[in-house]
Design a protein around this ligand. Structure first.
Ligand code: GTP
Ligand code: MG
Length: 396
């Protein structure tokens, strides 16, 4: 995966934070101007103009919450699905290394947060004993570290893995592995709680089974708590199709079910985009790094590379684009309020005989300053969008 993309993301994030700080300043200035205008008119014993309600407090709150999200450098990519669908194997394939335990039956029985570390070796910390940093030399050790615990359903194990071994972790991505859903109601509630603020969701389906109503129902509950779910579907273990007589028929069955799931449970905007978010992969083949030889293997290999790219692009977009749109929206509302305030003042002046020249001068210059601040912020946001989109398409 291109390393440049992560720098572009951080660059855009920093610029957006700056834009949000400037918007906060303009909102503050607008609030002060409203008070000042009211005050001046009151002191001059003139009936105060009807200044529109600028909802400055609401705007401030929104700006604060977006700034909090922008300050979180990490991008959260969560994997969920029924047990044994290959969630842990898929994460391992993305890491290019057998880090997480995987196997038949119910393997992952707690939440695993996977993040990068500058240390040369992997470590693991459990929520129960946060002061003990356990070294991980092999998957077996991580398995026993996980199984040592009498884990509660909300247990989180944080695994730090050397950044030098995985460019994805080197760039502030946190991957969350979850226990299989639909096994236990308590777990299902916890999965929803732990994953709901993810930047990207990856639903992993076992190619041998069909997408179940339970998986859809489960995701509907997740969706209720988040505004715009960014979901990918991976039909994993697709290598097993090589032994099936009718691969196209199975593929179409999966596609139909997955598209229906996307239509009903996500905010996927158009048909093409829905299809671009469904992948037929073999995490195991990718992890084993065997050179693809048959056409089917080559196709899966290519699909995995496309998946990685789409994942990176989507994670960045969902982290930046909504905030760019919010900034544009706030700019628009602020300028509207500035114009309304200017009109309201000039209407009042007209109503008053003997307009006071110094009031006019003062307010005109305040409004002029607000206008020019907001239009330079708008230009800055537009430049950021343009640069971000250009850089992302060059980097990916
Ligand atoms: P839980 O943690 O129990 O919820 O399972 P999981 O979804 O994390 O699945 P896991 O990664 O443990 O994989 C389950 C089994 O499927 C293991 O035996 C894997 O080796 C196997 N598996 C995973 N991916 C593939 C794949 O692409 N192809 C094949 N043939 N087997 C796979
Ligand atoms: Mg697992």
């Amino acid at each position: 995966m291109a390393a440049g993309i992560y720098d572009q993301f951080n660059d855009t994030r920093t610029k957006l934070l700056q834009v949000y700080k400037e918007l906060k300043d303009v909102t503050n200035d607008l609030e002060i101007t409203i008070y000042d205008v009211n005050d001046t008119f009151r002191c001059a014993a003139i009936e105060a103009p009807e200044i529109p309600c600028c909802q400055t407090e609401l705007t401030q709150k929104k700006l604060d919450s977006v700034m909090k999200m922008l300050n979180r450098t990490q991008m959260k990519i969560s994997f969920f699905g029924r047990n044994s669908s290959g969630k842990s194997t898929l994460i391992n394939a993305l890491l290019g290394s057998n880090v997480l335990p995987s196997g038949m039956g119910h393997v992952t029985n707690c939440f695993v947060h996977l993040q990068g570390t500058d240390l040369p070796e992997g470590t693991c910390v459990t929520a129960k004993e946060p002061h003990i940093i356990r070294p991980i030399h092999s998957v077996m050790e991580l398995t026993s570290a996980l199984q040592d615990e009498h884990l509660a359903t909300n247990s989180v194990v944080t695994v730090s893995w050397p950044k030098k071994e995985c460019s994805l972790l080197a760039r502030d991505v946190v991957m969350i592995d979850s226990p299989g859903c639909e096994l236990d109601n308590e777990f299902d509630v916890e999965i929803k709680n732990q994953l709901k603020d993810s930047d990207v969701f990856i639903l992993v389906i076992n190619a041998e089974c069909s997408l179940t109503r339970g998986e859809s129902e489960f995701f509907r509950k997740v969706k209720n708590d988040i505004s715009a779910a960014n979901v990918f579907i991976v039909i994993n273990r697709w290598d097993l199709i090589d032994n099936d007589g009718a691969p196209e028929k199975v593929k179409n069955q999966h596609l139909e079910k997955c598209k229906e799931f996307m239509r009903n449970n996500t905010h996927a905007p158009c048909k093409d985009e829905v299809e671009r978010k469904i992948f037929f992969l073999s995490a195991q083949e990718k992890l084993r790094q065997t050179k693809p030889s048959t056409p089917a293997q080559k196709e899966r290999h290519k699909a995995f590379a496309t998946f990685e790219k789409a994942l990176a692009r989507s994670a960045f977009n969902s982290k930046c684009i909504p905030h760019i749109n919010t900034a544009m929206d706030i700019c628009g509302r602020l300028s509207e309020n500035i114009e309304k305030m200017s009109k309201s003042i000039s209407d009042t002046r007209k109503r008053i005989a003997g307009t006071k020249a110094e009031i006019k001068r003062k307010h005109d210059s305040l409004i002029q300053e607000l206008r020019s601040n907001i239009s330079s912020i708008e230009e800055e946001v537009q430049r950021t969008v343009f640069q971000f989109e250009n850089n992302v398409s060059e980097a990916l």
